[in-house]
Design a protein around this ligand. Sequence first.
Ligand code: AP5
Length: 222
Amino acid sequence: MSEQKIGRVVVLLGAPGAGKGTQAAILSERLGLAHVATGDLFRAAVRDKTPLGVIAKGYMDRGELVPDQVTIDMLLERLGSPDAAGGILLDGFPRNTVQAEVLDMALADRGASVEAAPYIEVPEAELVARLGGRWICRAAGHPYHEVTKPPVKPGVCDIDGSELYQRDDDKPATVQARLRQQLGALEQVVGYYRNAGVLKTVDGSRGIDQVSSDLLSVLSAR
Ligand code: AP5
């Protein structure tokens, strides 16, 4: 059976806390792309205590990447969903060059390729401050920050009214582990897309609205 065709494919790159989820929510709506976030898929599996969630939880709690085979199978299944046919915005995948190569092959089978890989670049000290002050909503993972993006009503999501909570992996020790273990692989993925000629680096230390506007302009300059 042939695979479902996929439209436009954008890969949003950035370190933990760089603002991928924040920007993906804005860009996916503006560009009409399905927002596919492997971290959100893993968190849903952990919450529902599925076999995938049981495997993923230990890695996530230690700030490590979940093994490639499990992650790739989950991503390929998501690519088969009907909304992916209209194009996708990937957030949190690929995280290493093995995942990047598998993605290229999977997209080729579906008549597509990575059109652009915007990289939200943020200094490490700023990442720690962003993750330490982050709160997200239970219903859909909408991100807030106690200083830079507080909700209108404390503890409640502006968008869907659900409770806000702090992720287990945003505790200071796990944040350090995530940065230590994941920044090297991110550098390799950035190099992979630079070599492919699709990398678009954006200054992520600016405000949320300015970063959105920079991302939209690099994505519209096709
Ligand atoms: P995942 O959920 O992907 O986490 P992450 O990459 O560590 O990224 P975050 O969600 O922490 O940050 P973000 O860049 O989305 O920033 P946000 O917009 O929230 O992955 C979690 C775990 O799952 C991984 O550690 C791994 O174990 C596993 N996993 C996931 N994908 C995997 C894969 N492909 N392979 C293997 N394992 C995988 O913003 C952060 C904060 O900053 C918020 O409070 C926000 O309000 C604020 N903020 C955002 N932008 C700005 C701005 N411009 N100025 C000021 N504040 C801002």
